[in-house]
Design a protein around this ligand. Sequence first.
Ligand SMILES: [Mg+2]
Length: 271
Amino acid sequence: MRDSLVAAAVMPTRPSLQADGVLLDLDGTLYDVDKAIAGAPQTVVQLRRAGIPFRFVTNTSRMSRREVREHLQGLGIETELEELFTTTVGAASWLVGHGIERVALCLPKATREDFGHLTIDEDSPEAVVVGDLGYEWSFGLLNRAFRWLNGGAILVATHRNRYWRTADGITLDAGPFIVALEYATGRQATTVGKPNPEFFQLSAQSMALSPRDVVMVGDDLENDIVGIQNVGGRGILVRTGKFQETDLTDPDIQPDMVVNSIADLPGVLLG
Ligand SMILES: [Mg+2]
């Protein structure tokens, strides 16, 4: 008894979590704007070496999956295409899974390649997919989307993020445009990215795991932490990206663990 007390006193317990797989957010977790967060490339290497499967799950709809891979490569983070779960890839598999063939896209042109199994139809689409178009939004395009929806197409949102942080300051994301279309049509969008439970289930399934067996690491309380907890998994909040100290006192959301940054992940998972 005495020995164990002494041992406990001299060896501070290190917080740890057991997980069979890891889901990693990108923006704010692995990189911030155009810089890798310190320790991010090494963390990915360490997970790979330890044989812990992982997927990058991101709500970005600015880039195609291939472009996200190139972006990560430029930051020194090596990935395989199938390790990347972006919302455009998620949207395409959701549409195919729901028997939809003809779509119109309000998304950056490069992401079209992620919809390879679908037909682009700008006359009478069955679904309109809306993501983050940034400065490419115009009244004309928003109005065309409204007319497609009014003609019977369903509204599919890649995600509903309100805003994000770019090099020149906070910037409107896809959410406000989706809400405008919902308001105009009186109908709700289906959101296929985080925190949609299907998005987490599909990404865990791609590692032959259940969401219960994985941890999600991210900087967004709603999309990352609540999202994974809703499907029975655990969420680790990082103090980088959009993290704010007030996140720790949110009465409704409690991360399973808080770490300073992604650099702490190997210590938590691998001991
Ligand atoms: Mg993030």
